[in-house]
Ligand binder design. Sequence first.
Ligand code: ADP
Ligand code: MG
Ligand code: ZN
Length: 200
Amino acid sequence: MHRRADQGWIEVICGPMFSGKSEELIRRLVRFQIARVPTQAFKPAVDTRYAVGEFVSHSRLTLTAEPVTNSDELLRAVEDRTVVVGIDEAQFFDDGLLDVATLLANAGKRVIVAGLDLDYLGRPFEPIPTLMTRAEYIMKTLAVCHRCGGPGMHTQRVVESDELVLLGATGAYEARCRRCYDPSEAVQPPLDLGETVATA
Ligand code: ADP
Ligand code: MG
Ligand code: ZN
């Protein structure tokens, strides 16, 4: 009943760091698992920040996920019987993810992809922006601006580095609203907003 080919589609969950993308992805996948719909979850193998074999949100929600090194490997790992495919941290995948997601959706699978839509300089962070044009459903999640509490849509880097991807540096990023976001800003110590924010 779950396997009709006309039920395939793509859902995108995007927004800055700390906006609840992983939480939302986990929430959707857990609902399918409760309904006993065959589900598989994938994450890029480079993302080893908290754990290798699972998704972990900043609020420490977890879900078992298979690490894969690229979109090809992801495609090969998807089992025939799988109906729902969840993918977190899509910005760490190659652009091949666009075709892989399309192929899976065309084959009747529900592909749910979460990732950053903007990099720390405020530029579109592929493949999410293009994937949004190929998706049936899009959700943009917002964080709480670490400076003013406003709607945080940007990821601001607060340590000095020119690397596009800077992994595992605790405290290296803050969520910022459009007024507080300034990619050219000199590095400033983060505001003390208390435990929940400071440790995430
Ligand atoms: P994402 O995957 O988008 O980085 P997560 O789902 O991992 O986000 O984490 C979201 C959780 O992070 C929130 O529910 C909250 O507990 C915590 N959090 C920490 N800092 C912030 C912030 N500035 N704004 C919103 N949530 C935050
Ligand atoms: Mg996340
Ligand atoms: Zn702000």
